[in-house]
Design a protein around this ligand. Structure first.
Ligand code: ADP
Length: 691
């Protein structure tokens, strides 16, 4: 249906065009069907191409061409339209012609370029059939090309522009319709002035085609591509009609010569007016985009309870919302346009990047703390145009923070006092139990009673340890750890600690091994490094699930590594980062006693010595803790092989290489001192989870 309609329209319009003096009988100076074909294939799809082929063939046969050359001409016209549509698709053409690039694409790709194909194939076919003689070839070709070109410039824009926007959107306002009618009347009036006189150029002072420009410009400015495409077509039709009947400035003795001057005029006018209309459309599109962006911005800043302002470079307020006006203590209307000095020392313009600053202001008589984020804003070239500020009311946040700080302080205070108060009676109790145990041993008291006394001693030990941990936290949270350094052998310290753990290791059924390698002397705080080994070994036994616990103390030139490895419950990957924090635990309170302070204290001690603590662990497979301590206070430099201190680096194989595989004692052969405690002594009734 579309194909037949297009073929019919093509044939009839073409026949009308050909009526106007054709060069060599076939190449007319105005060829509107080119515009129809282009618009039809663009809007209706390239599947309509048979319509163009049929129409062009029919009209050429109609005016007397033999079928074969007529077919050649039809192929040229069809290819012209298909190529134009293809090329326009490549550049993202929009039929509304509201962008300059669309007009330029139409002019260059469709009007100028695609018509070359039709002219060449068409005239070539006629030449081969002997209809166009060699002498006429150039003139016929030129007429063909320009005729098609004008069809694309005058007819296609009307169809494209009007089809691409809904008609019902046309304004029906009376003033608008009135202005349209008046502008068309003005166009007709100047057309009459310019074209209605006979006698060729110079016969009347008003017989100038550029008289048409003012009304056309008016229409281009006010009615856009749709209005001006119609007006250009109307002006061209009037000009052609006048010239055909021998009126107006383009009249020459031979009609097709007259039409050439007219064609140039029509082409230039059409292009100029289409570009003008597109520029205007682009501008109004840009204006409405800016308006929409502004209204979006306004809605956002008016909708937020956060104070917001924007200033220009001179410090004058451009924008401020109600919350901002409250902060500055003046109504919005008074603030906009006035100078507003920054109340902080920096300015966003000087900083060149966003920054935050806290400010305490009085809003409705109440002191509020605001956290401002201020920053510059720039133009497309990066030049700073002014600054914007947005604030968050952090009053409640601050109050909560203060309350929390006070609570933490009160907690530390309480722990400190409670710890001290508890320590005194506990000390007496421990001493008394100690002498009771000695006395009992001396006078040979019954074994069951002695066992009870020892159990009481272990519990007081545990209580002492818990109280010490609590006091340690209060000390750590109130300031830096003070170290009393002395020269000592860490391997020796390790041995003492492991010895001390002998009994609890037996009770927990964990074979405990110690491996010392190299010269492990250095300067550390004896009690503190003892604490490191103690905490790690205590944990390894506690969480070691009755499997071996290995302690390695290995020295390099500049540092010593304490490695404590167990094959117990392990630690989940997500818990590893937090267990070094105070009161952080990754086990159930019901199964394991403890305060979650051991690793925190260990880390503080390691760091106070300029060292690090790391852990590698797998749930169910065990954990390896590695504490690395520089041997000397000035560091003596990390040895070159070790590079930078690796606070978060994974544990190197080297660190644990000094330890034998589980259940083997090959280290015995390496000469490292090994302490293997037998596990087959009397197991105690209950393993002590703390120590
Ligand atoms: P506590 O042992 O009193 O809970 P720590 O600070 O010594 O406190 O340890 C923190 C947490 O780290 C423990 O609760 C436990 O979840 C985990 N953890 C420490 N050492 C080990 C280990 N050797 N094996 C498995 N988990 C451990």
């Amino acid at each position: 249906m579309g194909v037949v309609g297009l073929a019919l329209a093509y044939t009839l319009v073409a026949r009308a065009g050909l009526a106007m003096d054709a060069v060599s009988g076939f190449a007319t100076l105005v060829w509107p069907p080119t515009g129809i074909a282009l618009a039809a294939l663009w809007l209706g799809g390239t599947r309509l191409w048979p319509g163009v082929l049929l129409g062009a063939f029919a009209v050429n046969v109609w005016i007397g061409a033999p079928p074969l050359p007529a077919f050649g001409v039809a192929i040229g016209n069809t290819l012209e339209a298909l190529l134009a549509v293809w090329a326009l698709r490549q550049v993202g053409f929009s039929a509304s012609l509201t962008r300059v690039r669309d007009v330029m694409a139409l002019v260059l790709l469709a009007a100028v370029a695609s018509s070359l194909v039709s002219a060449t194939i068409g005239v070539g076919s006629l030449f081969l059939a002997g209809i166009v003689k060699g002498a006429q070839f150039a003139a016929t070709w030129r007429a063909w090309w320009i005729g098609d070109l004008i069809g694309d410039l005058l007819v296609a824009p009307v169809l494209l522009a009007w089809a691409s926007q809904p008609w019902r959107k046309l304004s029906r306002r009376r003033a608008r319709v009135g202005e349209a009618l008046i502008s068309v009347a003005a166009l007709l009036a100047v057309a009459a002035l310019a074209f209605a006189t006979s006698g060729g150029a110079g016969a009347s002072p008003f017989m100038e085609p550029f008289l048409l420009f003012p009304p056309l410009i008016w229409i281009a400015l006010r009615f856009g591509p749709r209005g001006v495409s119609l007006a250009s077509l109307l002006a061209a039709t009037l000009a052609v009609a006048a010239t055909v009947v021998g009126l107006g400035p383009f009249v020459r003795p031979v009609l097709h010569e007259s039409l050439i001057g007219l064609q140039v005029f029509m082409a230039v006018t059409a292009i100029t007016m289409l570009v003008l209309a597109a520029v205007v459309a682009e501008r109004s599109h840009a204006e409405s985009t800016v308006r929409e962006s502004y209204s979006l911005l306004r809605a956002m800043i008016d909708g937020t309870t956060a104070p917001v302002y924007a200033k220009d470079r001179a410090g004058r307020v451009l924008l401020v919302n109600a919350a901002g006006a409250e902060v500055f203590g003046r109504p919005i209307a008074q603030l906009v346009g006035t100078q507003l000095a920054e109340r902080d020392s920096a300015t966003p313009e000087a900083e060149g990047k966003p920054y935050t600053v806290e400010e305490t202001v009085s809003i409705k008589g109440r002191a509020r703390t605001l956290l401002w984020t201020k920053g510059p804003y720039r133009d497309g070239q990066g030049e700073i145009l002014g600054s914007v500020g947005i604030a968050r009311d952090i009053t409640e946040h601050k109050q909560t923070e203060r309350a929390l700080q006070q609570a933490v302080h009160a907690r530390d205070e309480f722990m400190f006092i409670a710890g001290h108060e508890l320590r005194t009676p506990l000390c007496t109790l421990t001493l008394e139990l100690g002498s009771l145990e000695r006395l009992g041993r001396r006078i040979g008291v019954d074994g069951k009673i002695m066992e009870r006394v020892r159990k009481l001693l272990r519990q007081t030990d545990r209580l002492n340890h818990l109280i010490e941990s609590l006091l340690e936290v209060t000390r750590l949270s109130t300031g830096r750890l003070l170290l009393k350094r002395e020269t000592l052998d860490l391997g020796e310290v390790g041995r003492e600690v492991v010895d001390r753990f002998a009994e609890s290791a037996i009770r927990a059924e964990c074979p405990l091994e110690l491996h010392v390698q190299g010269d492990t002397t250095g300067q550390w705080d004896r009690l503190r490094v003892e604490q490191i080994v103690t905490n790690l070994v205590a944990n390894a036994i506690k969480y070691g699930a009755c499997k071996p616990v290995q302690v390695g103390i290995t020295a390099t030139a500049s540092r010593v590594e304490i490695v404590v490895r167990d094959f117990g419950i392990g630690i989940a990957a997500e818990d590893i980062s937090r267990i070094f924090g105070p009161f952080e635990r990754a086990v159930s309170v019901r199964h394991f006693g403890g305060l979650g302070l051991g690793l925190y204290v260990t880390r503080q001690i390691a760091e106070a010595h300029g060292g690090t603590i790391r852990v590698a662990s797998e749930l169910g497979a065990g954990s390896t803790f590695v504490v690395t301590l520089p041997r000397w206070p000035d560091g003596g430099g990390w040895d070159s092989a070790a590079g930078e201190p690796e606070a978060i680096a994974p544990i190197s194989d080297r660190a644990v290489a000094a330890l034998p595989k589980a259940e083997t004692t090959t280290a015995r052969e390496t000469g490292a001192k090994i302490l293997i405690l037998p596990t087959d002594r009397d197991p105690p009734p209950l393993p002590d989870p703390a120590l």
